[in-house]
Write a protein of this length. Structure first.
Length: 204
């Protein structure tokens, strides 16, 4: 499958969707803004961007996307959630009362790095990415406080805090790969998409 025939949707309700569109376009895939449930069936992968998780979840409900999204991701559609996107995908949030998508078996605390240090950068070793360290940009980021079996931890801060993980077709980063020039997180996600598409099309 050539990259240009790969169609990745970016949930474009609020937040950093245009930055994700740019990163994906640089990698040569067909990136499309997604707002309507009917669009999901046309996708090979989906990104839920950073932003405000309360706003994104509210708009997911207003646009009638909650069950279609849950169904598509449960059936295997690869999804990359970044920052607020991680919160949306999670099964538990300890800091607030929220109706999450309830798919990724982690427990998160919103704004878990506190007010004083609510934005920072740190070089990360991400186990799935070969090569040099990756610059993690954290903006009022959530903390992944715990994860269940079946969730692979991909990166931690120097202090041990989990900041990236994968559960089957769900990739989650508390930092913002859409705000750095380094495209390796998006490229890793596209590898997940390629594997999914090969398996899906073999069953057609
Ligand atoms: N603090 C935001 C939230 O809780 C996430 C911030 C971000 O996506 N940069 O939803």
């Amino acid at each position: 499958m050539s990259p240009s025939s790969t169609r990745i949707g970016v949930l474009a309700l609020q937040g950093s969707f245009s930055e994700h569109m740019k990163s994906l376009t640089q990698l040569g895939v067909d990136a499309v803004e997604v707002r309507l449930p009917d669009q999901l069936a046309t996708l090979d992968g989906l990104v839920i961007p950073g932003g405000e998780s309360t706003t994104i979840l509210k708009l997911i409900d207003e646009y009638g996307l909650r069950e279609p999204l849950r169904r598509a991701i449960t059936l295997g559609l690869p999804v990359l959630g970044t920052c607020a996107g991680v919160i949306c995908l999670a099964t538990h949030v300890t800091s607030h009362s929220m109706d999450l998508l309830n798919l990724l078996h982690i427990s998160v605390a919103r704004n878990g790095f506190g007010r004083q240090v609510d934005s920072f950068e740190e070089d990360l070793s991400i186990s799935a990415l070969p090569g040099p360290v990756y610059r993690g940009v954290f903006i009022r980021a959530p903390v992944i406080e715990s994860s269940n079996d079946g969730v692979e931890v991909l990166a931690r801060l120097a202090n041990g805090t989990i900041v990236a993980c994968r559960q089957n077709n769900i990739l989650a980063t508390c930092f913002h790969p859409e705000f750095v020039e380094d495209l390796r997180v998006h490229a890793y996600f596209l590898d997940m998409v390629t594997q999914y598409v090969c398996t899906r099309d073999a069953h057609d």
